[in-house]
Design a protein around this ligand. Structure first.
Ligand SMILES: [Mn+2]
Length: 403
């Protein structure tokens, strides 16, 4: 946004417009604990780096595309961190546009949003009314409409579109976009759904928890009307179908499967004609996630000659060779204080030791789990006839009701 009035070499007073630019982030997962480690200090570090990019590059807007927090009830340090981040970016004169993801509580995230919009901080967490939120920012070439779609479950779409909602998710999304007021200018989308290209697949990793009550993969063709689609949800940075539809990826590595991924933030320049050019600005954390493997002796031997700074990273360690002593974890931690996980690869089945606080489910029968799932989907407990249907379905699938 904004423009520079300058004198060109001919001495005439032409106005040179500056193309609109924005920075695309998402999947911050603030407050996440990873294998027992509080990642708030790392998150503060990486958000300060993103703020630094804003300071240097002065984009018109910073987009935060969902999974802002790791949980619906974020710890207070996470809330403080987000407050500091948004405030710091906003003070630079950069607008902030933020949507809720499947990990966020949409209602909590949008607290104060109507007031904050006056300061250029826009939050979309509405899932219960039309139209979906949008903000219009202008540059010298006219207005650009940012369509801000909070993470939507199938039930949200039914609530928004009513009885006429198409069953096909792709059709439903088109119908949602059709409810927006007509607009002929350039449009940018913020969304936190699972989109797939028409051919091929996308790179996924272990830290994207499957979405309860989520929609099936949406075809990326649903986004054809947008100059740029800023997506969140998938933690590996990648384009989907075309360069200007992309997942920015999480700014930090939240699983061992991401150890070799390059994290980055797309810096997007939107031309007069709606052409979006993308520059990936690399993100380098103070403390990285590493994967090492080898025999106990070889790892201990290598540790002594490894730079102490290097040993401060987070490590996923796999021991091979069967020479590990009973106190292997303690002895490795002497050298590598931040071991997130230690696995022993024996000839038989691999075993894993970690201090994870665990995502695995902690009991409950399949029917109980289904009832919980039903509640998340529909906002109420299943009634008797629905419970009978669940039982019948479990019986016919051969899935016995576990204790
Ligand atoms: Mn995520």
């Amino acid at each position: 946004m904004g423009y520079n009035i300058s004198t060109d070499t001919n001495g005439s007073n032409d106005i040179f417009y500056r193309d609109m630019t924005f920075l695309h982030t998402g999947d911050l997962h603030l407050g996440k604990r990873q294998n027992g480690f509080d990642r708030i200090p790392d998150q503060r570090d990486i958000l300060e780096k993103i703020t630094g990019i804003c300071r240097e590059r002065r984009p018109d807007a910073l987009l935060i595309c969902g999974d802002v927090y790791d949980a619906a009830f974020p710890p207070r340090d996470a809330v403080t961190l987000l407050d500091d981040f948004i405030c710091g970016v906003s003070m630079l004169g950069v607008k902030v546009l933020m949507i809720s993801g499947n990990h966020d509580s949409a209602e909590r995230l949008r607290f104060g949003g109507r007031l904050m919009s006056r300061a250029g901080v826009y939050i979309a967490g509405e899932t219960d009314r039309l139209p979906i939120a949008f903000e219009t920012l202008g540059d010298g070439y006219g207005d650009v409409r940012f369509v801000m779609l909070p993470f939507l479950r199938a039930a949200d779409i039914r609530n928004m579109l009513g009885d006429g909602a198409p069953d096909d998710p792709a059709e439903a999304f088109k119908a949602l976009f059709d409810t927006l007021p007509p607009f002929s200018g350039r449009q940018v989308l913020l969304s936190h759904q699972f989109y797939l290209p028409s051919s091929g697949d996308i790179f996924r990793c272990d830290s994207e928890s499957p979405t309860v009550g989520g929609l099936d993969a949406l075809p990326v063709s649903a986004l054809d009307g947008f100059c740029y689609a800023a997506l969140g949800h998938i933690h590996t940075p990648q384009a989907v179908g075309r360069e200007s539809v992309r997942y920015c990826g999480s700014p930090l590595k939240y699983s061992a499967s991401e150890a070799f991924a390059e994290k980055s933030v797309p810096f997007v320049t939107l031309g007069e004609d709606g052409e979006a050019s993308v520059e990936l600005i690399p993100l380098k954390p103070e403390r990285d996630v590493r994967v090492i493997s080898g025999s106990f002796d070889s790892l201990i031997g290598a540790a002594a000659s490894t730079d102490p700074g290097e040993r401060e990273h987070y490590y996923y360690v796999t021991l091979k060779g069967g020479d590990e002593p009973p106190d292997a974890m303690a002895r490795l931690r002497y050298w590598y204080p931040n071991i997130m996980q230690l696995s022993v690869e024996a000839a038989g089945s691999p075993s894993v030791f970690d201090d994870s606080d665990g995502d695995s489910y902690d009991g409950g029968s399949t029917a109980e789990l289904f009832s919980e799932f039903f509640g998340m989907q529909n906002g109420r407990a299943p009634d008797d006839s629905e419970l009978r249907l669940i039982d019948e379905a479990l019986m016919s699938s051969g899935e016995e009701d576990r204790p």
